[in-house]
Design a protein around this ligand. Structure first.
Ligand SMILES: Cc1ncc(COP(=O)(O)O)c(C=O)c1O
Length: 460
């Protein structure tokens, strides 16, 4: 077995393994590699191609022509990253890092420059809390294989997926329901509350799906401002509960403020409050959190507590947002009610992808590691500029710029970055989702160039 390592600067992060892998592949060999080394954005590998031929990574298809071409490209362009042919090595060195960071966004850097910043070719999606690495390789392979089933009703590992997720969370399978994204469970929960003609209490700001839907269906929404640390205030929420309150909606970690509830305080609160009403806990970002103070409430559902509903999703760490897979965990009576009210049906691609992805622990570790890397890059900027921010255990963060967020977003968009929408009343705060580390380096460079002096001036 040959173990290969390479220096990033010598060739590009994608080129070196590709060239070496191509050579090995030509000799009939096989290459196995870590997940981050096969996500070659910008290279002539379609996702489908990756899924089919890179798991395990087989590069038999690479011809000498491709390999030679890549070597030529490597020599011609000292740093990888799409069309960077307009820069010489001297220009890159003289740019003192700003340009370099741009060039490290594979396949992104290109196009007109404004304010001295090279605009990415593709928009950087720092606005929707997605996993920038998309579905894992095994999920992509499962999607590929399921393509042939898409003309049929009721196929795929639906039952097995429910059983798998039940087993992972140590809850009986009849306490789990599959949904079209967790958004469907959220909306169904909101509908249940509004049919009972009751009010719903939630933190403010928080995720909108459940409360907005219930509000439109006639529920009174009682919003309780987050505390001075931007966290949900359980004491104030308890006080806000009225006799007609049929549901308390808690998002843990919260969105847009990425705060968590202390595990023990939350349990005490939920055990007390759920005696008379439903407590709905949205754990969309559960898999990202590594803080020991954090804990799920699914075990309370498993113990038979009746008025607790927990929602989870495959949209976040599993990177399956576009395939709409989510889960509700509740007592079988509530599961039955949700089943009667919900309108969505899962498609076979989502089911198969999730079934593969929930077994792929390596990908989740990888996504967490990359997320930490990206977060460190952004937090370093907050510290450097002295910006107030919420320390985040998730894949997005929230920070105060002092600039109206629409204005900030318009300028970022001009430079190829999508950033979180306004979250009143925090209209001079920005929610930024973690894209890939190389993209966040570009984000930081761009943000500083556009806003640092304005922020410093207003602070002075
Ligand atoms: C807290 C929270 N819950 C639920 C969702 C909905 O996710 P999905 O419907 O894709 O599962 C989101 C999406 O961003 C979210 O932030």
């Amino acid at each position: 077995m040959l173990v290969l390592a390479w220096i990033r600067g010598a060739l590009g992060p994608g080129q070196c393994p590709l060239v070496l892998g191509g050579c090995i592949g030509l000799r009939g060999g096989e290459v196995r590699c870590a997940p981050d080394q096969v996500t070659w954005q910008g290279w002539p590998l379609s996702r489908r191609h990756q899924a089919q031929h890179l798991h395990p990574l087989r590069l038999k298809r690479y011809s000498i022509g491709t390999t030679v071409l890549l070597i030529v490209r490597s020599y011609g362009r000292p740093i990888t990253g799409g069309d960077m042919g307009q820069f010489t090595r001297r220009q890159i060195l003289l740019s003192g890092g700003a340009l370099l960071s741009t060039t490290c966004v594979p396949g992104l850097a290109r196009g007109a420059s404004s304010a001295g910043i090279v605009r990415p070719q593709r928009m950087i999606r720092a606005d929707k809390n997605e996993n920038p690495y998309g579905p894992s390789r095994v999920a992509l392979q499962a999607i590929n294989e399921a393509m042939d089933l898409t003309n049929k009703y009721g196929v795929g590992h639906r039952r097995e997926l429910v059983q798998l997720v039940a087993d992972i969370n140590e809850v009986p399978a009849d306490h789990v329901i599959l949904s079209a994204g967790s958004g469907e469970i959220l909306k169904t929960g909101g509908l249940m509350a509004s049919w009972d003609k009751g009010s719903i209490v939630c933190a403010d700001p928080t995720y909108h799906d459940l409360v907005r839907y219930a509000g439109r269906a006639g529920s009174d929404i009682i919003r309780v401002p987050v505390d001075e640390n931007m966290a949900g205030d359980l004491g104030a929420i308890r006080k806000a509960i009225r006799s007609d309150t049929v549901m308390v909606y808690l998002v843990n970690p919260n969105n847009p403020t990425p705060t968590i509830f202390d595990r023990d305080e939350l349990r005490d609160f939920v055990l007390e409050v759920s005696k008379d009403r439903i407590v709905f806990v949205d754990e969309a970002y559960f898999e990202y959190v590594e803080d020991p103070r954090y804990g799920t409430l699914i075990d309370l559902v498993a113990q038979g507590h009746k008025n607790i509903i927990v929602a989870r999703t495959a949209s976040k760490i599993h990177g399956l947002a576009g395939l709409r897979v989510g889960f509700g965990f509740a007592h079988p009576d509530h599961i039955q009610k949700i089943r009667e009210l919900k309108t969505g049906v899962n498609n076979v691609l989502g089911i198969e992808a999730a079934y593969a992805s929930y077994q792929d622990m390596e990908f989740q570790d990888f996504a967490r590691r990359k997320n930490r890397e990206s977060m460190a890059i952004v937090e370093a900027m907050f510290e450097e500029l002295g910006l107030r921010y919420v320390k985040s255990p998730t894949n997005f963060t929230f920070f105060e710029t002092g600039i109206p967020v629409e204005e900030l977003n318009a300028e970022l968009r001009e430079h190829g970055i999508l950033s979180g929408r306004p979250f009143p009343p925090f209209t001079t705060w920005s929610r930024v989702s973690m894209a890939r580390p190389e993209e966040m380096r570009y984000y930081v460079q761009t943000f500083k160039k556009l806003f640092a002096s304005r922020i410093m001036d207003s602070a002075a």
